[in-house]
Design a binder for this molecule. Sequence first.
Ligand code: AMP
Ligand code: FE
Ligand code: FE
Ligand code: ZN
Length: 276
Amino acid sequence: MNKEADLHLHTIYSDGTLTPSELIKAAKEMGLSCIAVTDHDSVDGIEEAAAEADRLKVEMIPGVELSVDYKGREVHVLGYFIDYKEGWFLDMLAELRESRKRRFFEIVDKLKEHDVVLDEVRIARENENSALGRLHIAKEIYREGYTGSVKEAFVRYIGEGKPCYVKKDYLAPADAVSIIKKIGGISVIAHPHLLGDEGIVFDLIKEGIEGIEVYHFEHPKSVEEKYLAIALENGLLVTGGSDCHGQGKGELLLGRKRIPYDLVQGLKDFKNARES
Ligand code: AMP
Ligand code: FE
Ligand code: FE
Ligand code: ZN
């Protein structure tokens, strides 16, 4: 059987709902040979994922998903095969999570002004080990009955440009690329289609990004073909994944966007060539 991978997955250490062990077990059950753990601003789930992956004979790539600011727009950059034990990197992530916490309370305050009242103390306590984000808030808005869905919470309140949106502290694109490189990783622009502006991809290529997430659960086939062509024309690596947040977005997306293992091998060959 052809080996398949899903290289974009979140755990409870950011805004997913599965523990790293649960994620690996589910990946095994779905017949995935290789997965990457890519939490937002956190690598705290990787050790546990690595142990379970070892036990169940699933290949686990240590990863991360960073947020960068590109001309006022939020862009996500994935890092693969990172040295997740590097001290200065861990300190940087801890700082980003602290700033996420401050922003969480700012968003909650704004929501109050719009008559959406959440129990911020409980939410912060329940997610004290997670990189707190808007998905945590959106789920609570929905749970308390203020909206008919998690998605609607973004559309009405906390999506970019909506009344209760608050920016995070972002890295500059070139910094994210060089930070990932410094810890031995490969930088990849995440779900470019969700940005709605293809120009960003070309600018990030100039900033040194090394790959494009061509395959993504929310990429239509025509979009995948377009970004595959862009990747090939620019000599970039190609990755893909489901961007599974556990049950965080209503359904388990794990394994619903699979890529052939050849693409994983491409990442490994690139890393080996760079290091030799
Ligand atoms: P944050 O990093 O706190 O700004 O939150 C961004 C996260 O919110 C993304 O990684 C997604 O998990 C989620 N998200 C953003 N926009 C939407 C949306 N329109 N619908 C559902 N989830 C979203
Ligand atoms: Fe997320
Ligand atoms: Fe993302
Ligand atoms: Zn993601």
